[in-house]
Design a binder for this molecule. Structure first.
Ligand code: GLU
Length: 478
């Protein structure tokens, strides 16, 4: 059975690249009836960020990515937490020491710093100072309570492995460092804990960012040292901000939580992220998570870096909003509506209906309806519109006619307002747009509005409508 895992280190928020890794691991497992597990790789206490674990749980829950084998899903285990499993790792490291595949190292930080400073290489390799220390000396120093680490002894030769996305990769072991497996605090490095856990948890497919390609040979040498089976590797190219820059936590680039705060829907984000580096077989873009679980396959994975395109995501989000059931939409929109429209007696449900098909994000509602509370101080040039066949003169005349007609209307509903306005146009012998456009402009004070003249009039109410038309007339008279 296929088993994948998402193995985040809680070092900050979840950016889109991390979320994509989690999603692909989930989809690879689910598309083949396998299991997907979550493992928190928190052995590196220096990089640990308070609250980051909760962000991981929250993000996965909101995104609908459910892990197997958690207490809350009826399994025997939690999400696996590496810091709670530390004893295991040291035992495994000692096994490697006994096999001659790892060794104790007592070098001080000072010595290692000097080594680094004196090295001309970019990545200074450890000089194997402690490799051949006599057994007795090791035992004595351990007995003395001296600080130590355990290092992997990299074998000579070359390491070759096959990656599903990148193909065959060969590395000269000479380039690899005798990496630390157990740190002086007794905790495993995440490189080591990662391998042990992938083995113990029977992980069949390791999916992760391509930045781990260079560490993979070291991992494979560990598997070989233990005599364990090497998993299938699927490394994913980076998600880029643009052609030259990666999306990164450090630069505060798009995180799932930020996007949610900006009014994007979890299901749209997931849909978009699924297509960031994976192409479905059919020519289609909108997929629910359940649909993805059925159609996802590793053949569609791309080797070239994907660029995070917020415009595309916004379009996709808009499609989800359009397709959403109105009541569900209103529930989401209500807080933003209440925040942005303070004028009493405005029918917020009606306003929501007008914006639903026109927004890319929920937060755009605020800007789209900002004219309700206060009419913008607009330029009268807005009345001039070629396509609508309006000029300042035509607009002035239309607004005056509209004002006197509207003053007498009792049935202040969209239908009656619309027919009265078009009727008036007919009587005046002008095109509908020559009156509707000026009225729409006078009521919104903006070049675009979420609805037309009669709908705006109904929304704003009689008093406000008449007031705004008078303001329009005054502007055009001067
Ligand atoms: N803990 C690593 C990280 O957060 C992931 C390593 C892996 O997936 O193998 O980047």
């Amino acid at each position: 059975m296929i088993r994948t895992r998402f193995a985040p280190s809680p070092t900050g928020y979840m950016h889109i690249g991390n979320l994509r890794t989690a999603l692909y691991e989930y989809l690879i497992a689910k598309s083949q009836g396998g299991k997907f597990i979550l493992r928190i790789e928190d052995t590196d206490r220096e990089r640990f960020v308070e609250g980051a674990v909760d962000v991981i749980y929250e993000t996965l829950a909101m995104a609908g990515i459910k892990y197997d084998e958690g207490p809350d899903v009826g399994g025997d285990y939690g999400p696996y937490i590496q810091s709670e499993r530390k004893n295991n790792y040291i035992d495994y490291a000692k096994q490697l020491v006994d096999k001659g595949e790892a060794y104790y190292c007592f070098c001080t930080k000072q010595r290692l710093d000097e080594l680094k400073n004196n090295s001309s290489d970019k990545i200074a390799k450890y000089d194997r100072h402690c490799l051949n220390m006599p057994k007795q000396e090791i035992e004595q120093r351990l007995k003395n309570g001296e600080e130590y680490v355990i290092r992997q002894k990299i074998r000579e030769g070359k390491t070759t492995f096959k990656d599903v996305v990148y193909g065959e990769i060969t590395v000269d072991n000479d380039e690899l460092d005798d990496q630390i497996l157990i740190k002086s605090d007794g905790l495993a490095t995440y490189n080591f804990a990662n391998v042990i856990d992938d083995h113990l948890m029977n992980i069949t497919h390791v999916v992760r960012g391509s930045e781990y390609l260079s560490s993979t040979p070291k991992y494979n040498l560990l598997y070989e040292a233990f005599g364990w089976e090497i998993p299938t590797y699927i490394h994913l190219p980076a998600v880029m901000k643009n052609s030259g820059e990666k999306l990164s936590k450090r630069n505060g680039d798009a995180s799932f939580q930020d996007l949610i705060k900006k009014g994007y829907l979890p299901e749209a984000i997931i849909n978009y992220v699924a297509l960031l580096g994976w192409a479905p077989k059919e020519n289609r873009e909108i997929y629910s998570l359940e649909e993805l679980e059925k159609v996802f396959n590793t053949d569609g994975l791309s080797k070239s870096p994907a660029i995070f395109d917020i415009v595309k995501l916004t379009w996709m989000n808009g499609e989800y909003i359009k397709a959403m059931d109105f009541d569900k939409f209103y529930e989401l929109a209500e807080p933003v509506l209440k925040q942005s429209v303070k004028t009493e007696k405005i029918d917020l449900k009606k306003a929501a209906g007008y914006v639903k098909t026109r927004i890319g994000t929920i937060n755009e509602i605020a800007q789209m309806l900002d004219f309700i509370d206060s009419l913008p101080d607009y330029d009268k040039a807005l009345y001039v519109h070629k396509k609508m066949k309006t000029t300042e003169e035509i607009s002035l005349k239309s607004l005056k006619e509209a004002l006197s007609m509207l003053e007498n209307i009792q049935d202040w509903t969209n239908d009656s307002l619309y027919s009265s306005m078009t009727e008036l146009c007919k009587n005046l012998g002008i095109k509908n747009s020559q009156l509707l456009w000026p009225v729409r402009t006078a009521l919104s004070g903006k070049p675009t509005s979420p609805c037309g003249a009669s709908e705006l009039a109904e929304l704003l109410g009689k008093e406000e409508t008449l007031k705004r038309i008078k303001i329009g007339i005054d502007k055009l008279v001067i």
